[in-house]
Every structure is written in C-alpha cells, then in structure tokens.
Design a protein. Structure first.
Length: 131
C-alpha cells in the first residue's frame, strides 16, 4: 500500500510537470492512458514474478527472465519517469521531409499500443489484472 501511494504521488508530479510544459489536454489524456496501462502491466509482471512466470516481453532485456520484486518495481517506476521525459522532450509539431508530423502524439500512441500488447500477452498466459 505504501508503494502504491508513492507511485500515485510520482505519477501526479510527472503529469504536473508535463501539463506545465505547454501540453494540450489531449497530450495529458494520452499520458494518463499510457500510465494506467503501464500500471496494469506492472501489477501483472509482479504477479508473474510471484507465480514463477518467466518474463518474455521487452522488460526481459532489462530485468531478466526471473526478476525479484525490487527489480520489477524499479523498472516500472523508471518507466514512468523516462516516458514523461521523452514525451516532454518531443515537439508537439515538426516538419520532416515536407510533411507535418506530431512526434509527441506518435510516441504516446505507440507507447500505449506497445504497453497494451504486453498487457494482452500477460492476460493470454493467465496473469489476469491482479487487483
């Protein structure tokens, strides 16, 4: 419970930082959506660690196949901070090869999709939502 409170405080601070960086309301909603999916993936990964599941997703490269709770927690907490930093660093709009693109929006949607894929994969191997 204490760790959950810390994460909520971190998330609120990150979102506060992002909202002060000239973001649109839609940017904030996308960041929140990613944060919710990331939190579900975190809980599923912890449940997998508790049940002996072997990590096969992208996190395996950083935390290994059978990580301990602290490695799982550190990985996902760092994920919140790094995601917010990348999102804040990307411009809202840019022109690449004469095309108007929205790098921040692309990053956020790709992140949401990637995290949703991991959550779906975790569901398919029986890890549930873990609440």
């Amino acid at each position: 419970m204490k760790r959950t409170a810390i994460i909520i405080i971190i998330a609120i601070n990150i979102l506060g930082l992002c909202s002060c960086a000239g973001w649109s309301r839609q940017d904030t909603y996308r960041e929140l959506a990613w944060g919710v999916i990331h939190t579900i993936d975190w809980r599923q990964t912890r449940r997998g660690q508790e049940t002996g599941y072997i990590e096969t997703g992208p996190a395996k490269l950083v935390i290994g196949e059978r990580p301990g709770k602290s490695r799982v927690d550190n990985y996902f907490v760092a994920g919140y901070a790094l995601h917010a930093l990348v999102s804040a660093a990307l411009p809202d709009e840019d022109v690449i090869f004469g095309y108007h693109v929205r790098p921040r929006q692309i990053w956020q949607y790709l992140s949401i999709g990637g995290s949703a894929y991991c959550v779906g994969n975790n569901l398919s191997v029986g890890l549930g939502f873990g609440w």
